[in-house]
Design a protein. Sequence first.
Length: 340
Amino acid sequence: MKKHATMLDVAELAGVSQATVSLVLNGVQNARVSKSTQTRIFEAADTLEYRKGKAHAVPEGRNRVIGLIIDEVSTTPFAGPFIEGARDEAALQDVAVATFCTRSDPALEKAAIDLLVAQKTIGIIYTSLITRQVSVPDSFSKLPLVLLNCYEGKLRYPSVVPGDIVGGYAATEILLKAGHRRIAHLAGENVIEASIDREKGFRQAMAEWQVPVEEKFISPGGWTLHGGRERALALLSLETRPTAIFCFNDRMAIGCYEAARTLGISIPEELSVIGFDNDELSGYLDPRLSTMQLPHEEMARWSVAQLLDGYDAADQDLRKQKIKIECEIVDRDSIAPPKV
């Protein structure tokens, strides 16, 4: 019997990630995949005679509901894209998303699981607002499960996270391409995985461009607007100051703007700045902040697709992997060539 081609087979032939293949073949809107890449994926699928049928099949005997269990909704602006992405993708199959904010409380998680199991729902998307490794309680095994913005070390479930290392690399390379060599990094807290990965990306870009990293230009431990302002003030007060700063997030970048204004340094004429996260305020700064867009909506859509596809018994082992989706560059007005 001829072996059916899998999505992983299509990804290998097209030379892209399985996540990208999933976004294209599932018709995810705003997936930020180039036309040439989409064409290559469709051609690979045709060559392998990959057949997926109509979008995603809703499993028989299950109510058209997916549970989205999220640890928090108010500490960052990231909950919205997760909820909206999951809701919009599920709605394409006339499936509803029931959202539970549990704050990682085991009792609240159990109550949500019990309800979802009793209602014979399709499955659960277990979500963290901060990218991190988690230990999923065994009680979650009662329903199909996908991990969103988190992952387990032992890979029992499919998981999806942002490509923070590649994002940090891309943000730094924008500054390098503009001609900057004295580049500082306002790093996040070293207990946050995204902070560690974005700094790795920064260092990789500097190394590949053969630009030495000046350790005095690395200022770790920030997160807030105030932290960005204080750290930027220290960097910009150095005798030989940086000509560009890559900030861990947009909040710190806003603080960087305030520090530059305090010292009479104009952006981008005398200092280029790039942030991360594409906070809603970043497009309203003067000048508008260049930043990196987290793919949270695409990640949530991918998670819904994985749940619906998970009822097909084929390739279950291949599904147990950690997928990374790249962050998109949002090029605005805060970067210019250095004056010196």
